[in-house]
Design a protein around this ligand. Structure first.
Ligand code: ASP
Length: 291
């Protein structure tokens, strides 16, 4: 079966900025994911570890590149879902963990809960032995450099994949919107809003989270395919139109059971990379997808 991987570095891209480092990073990670999938790694592992690498880079508004709340804390959201089994894990408004997506994966593997928030999320991650951020002001230094400020507004990272066995998975991680209130939770850790995976499709969203929550965007892609028999690209486009009607800009990445991919966006640009089978990696930000 054909493997496929799509990743994104957020839909908060601003024209005129130099994203050379992000382009190179996304290309490298897409190639790495392609090799992992070819070697037989599961879609769930590939999306988790691809998002972990995006978090660590500091090049996006997630993980190391996250911006602070109005009170100066770094509260991060992440989620992961396994389409083959319906298992899901998520963390919200969590502080002090290097890789929120691995914390989300820990919740998924544990299986008792789906979403843990705040101190409880951190405690579970610490108990699982995940790396901690002991000096947040020294660690989260990159957000100013890549424009996580008023100019960028928001950003996120995510990945969706189809593995050799046809299983689908999705993962998303974010520092949220710039200047958010303490305790604000966006779409990213909400299964069905910012992330979804089932047997038909895997979806990871980025954009103004409140609009993606109001439309249950990620799950609505799946619902349109399942109940409305829409093909992936039409379902993804129509969901984004609903998001826009809720005043939201952003985008999403998706892969379906046949290995078809979609990457629509309605903001100025969405940092994204994709690879199907052993084909070439494509990396785009402001450039539209060719027809
Ligand atoms: N969706 C994220 C949030 O609202 C932000 C983003 O994707 O840019 O937290």
């Amino acid at each position: 079966m054909t493997c496929a991987l799509v990743l994104h570095g957020g839909a908060g891209a601003r024209p005129g900025r130099n994203y050379a480092a992000q382009r190179a990073d996304m290309e490298r990670l897409a190639r790495q994911g392609q090799a992992w999938l070819a070697a037989g790694r599961s879609a769930l592992d590939v999306v988790t570890e691809t998002v972990a690498a995006l978090e660590a880079s500091g090049l996006y508004v997630a993980g190391r590149g996250s911006g602070p709340t109005t009170e100066g804390a770094f509260e991060l959201d992440a989620s992961v879902m396994d389409g083959a089994t319906g298992r899901a894990g998520a963390v919200a408004a969590m502080t002090g963990i290097v890789h929120p997506v691995r914390a989300a994966r820990t919740v998924l593997e544990d299986g008792r809960h789906v979403l843990l928030a705040g101190d409880g999320a951190r405690a579970m991650a610490v108990a699982a032995g995940l790396a901690t951020v002991d000096d947040p002001d020294a660690y989260y230094t990159e957000h100013a450099a890549h424009g996580s400020g008023e100019a960028a507004g928001h950003g996120t990272v995510g990945a969706v994949a189809r593995d050799r066995h046809g299983a689908l998975a999705a993962a998303t991680s974010t520092g949220g919107t710039f200047g958010k209130r303490p305790g604000r939770v966006g779409d990213t850790p909400l299964i069905g809003a910012g992330t979804w995976a089932d047997a038909r499709v895997a979806v990871s969203c980025t954009g103004l989270g409140e609009a993606f929550i109001r439309t249950m965007a990620a799950h609505d892609v799946a619902a349109r395919m399942r109940h409305g028999r829409q093909p992936l690209d039409a379902a993804a486009r129509d969901v984004l139109a609903d998001v826009a009607r809720q005043g939201g800009d952003g985008g999403l990445i998706a892969v379906d059971a046949e290995g078809r991919i979609a990457m629509p966006w309605n903001s100025d640009g969405m940092k994204r990379a994709a690879v199907i089978g052993d084909g070439p990696v494509t990396v785009r930000i402001f450039e539209p997808e060719p027809d």
